[in-house]
Design a protein around this ligand. Structure first.
Ligand SMILES: Nc1ncnc2c1ncn2[C@@H]1O[C@H](COP(=O)(O)OP(=O)(O)OP(=O)(O)O)[C@@H](O)[C@H]1O
Ligand SMILES: [Mg+2]
Length: 256
């Protein structure tokens, strides 16, 4: 099972859009996927319009068994949503001895997925520390503009520091250039700089595409909303790249 948090402390860089479409795309490739929203903004719920009786708040504060907080979106595609009450869960976490490990402990019961993806809030608080304690991989969506690139470079240092301070072993395994406009000189320049600095970690860029923006209004992923759109093509390529990383890992494990 691969555990991946989609994280960047900068807001509005395409974390939720990437988490939702990656989860949808992987599930369409017959991988069993659980998408967890760890953001009190609740944008996964808004994007997929799944009704849920219990959510991440109930699981984190111990009101519900986490298994009761899972809903099915489509074949192979489950979610645990969040809403604004998750802010209260963050206060609760702060009062606990194992405040950074609660999510990891809860999810230790769950092993029937190929991928668990966690959509993180734009912060570096306890919720994100819980995501980083649980996940082995971090995917960083990064907007292709100077402020986005600056945030990306800072994220590298932050992940190292959190690993050292708390003894985690999460690795940045993918950087996803987002909001890419090839008519825009600065986007192209930043993409070149990203590739120079982070080389093979950098995925296919995700172009600006109005269909990607519209899809959440209908509670759909880009693949069901506009399957021939540039957004579906770009996220489709990202899904392929992520699947390929999985097969490389399997071969490495077989050789080791
Ligand atoms: N490829 C794209 N083309 C057009 N619009 C996009 C694209 N990707 C994301 N957006 C839009 O950009 C905005 C920010 O995206 P998103 O909510 O995914 O970012 P985020 O990093 O999760 O934000 P936050 O930090 O607030 O959680 C949204 O309005 C989304 O629809
Ligand atoms: Mg978001």
């Amino acid at each position: 099972m691969r555990t991946i948090c989609v994280i960047n402390q900068k807001g509005g860089v395409g974390k939720t859009t990437t988490a939702v479409n990656l989860a949808a795309g992987l599930s369409r490739s017959n991988k069993r996927v659980l998408l967890i929203d760890l953001d009190p903004q609740g944008n996964v719920f808004t994007s997929l319009k799944i009704r849920q009786q219990y959510d991440m708040y109930d699981a984190l504060v111990g009101r519900q068994n986490i298994l009761n907080c899972i809903s099915t979106v489509a074949k192979n595609f489950d979610v645990i949503t969040s809403k604004e009450t998750l802010v209260k869960a963050e206060y609760y976490l702060a009062t606990q001895d194992n405040s950074r490990m609660l999510l990891k402990n809860l999810l230790s019961k769950i092993n029937n997925y190929d991928y668990i993806l966690v959509d993180c809030p734009p912060s570096l608080g306890l919720l994100n520390q819980n995501a980083m304690a649980f996940c082995k991989e971090a995917f960083i969506p990064s907007s292709t503009d100077p402020l986005g690139y600056d945030a990306l470079k800072k994220m590298g240092a932050i992940v190292n520091e959190i690993n050292n301070t708390y003894n985690h072993d999460i690795k940045i395994t993918k950087i996803v250039p987002t909001l890419f406009d090839k008519r825009n000189k600065i986007c192209k320049e930043i993409l070149v700089e990203m590739k120079e600095e982070f080389s093979r970690l950098v995925s296919t860029p995700i172009r600006m595409n109005s269909k990607v923006k519209e899809a959440p209004k209908y509670g759909k992923s880009i693949f069901s909303y506009a399957k021939s759109s540039p957004g579906a093509k770009d996220y489709g390529k990202l899904v392929e790249e992520v699947l390929d990383m999985g097969s490389i890992r399997v071969v490495q494990e077989m050789i080791a």
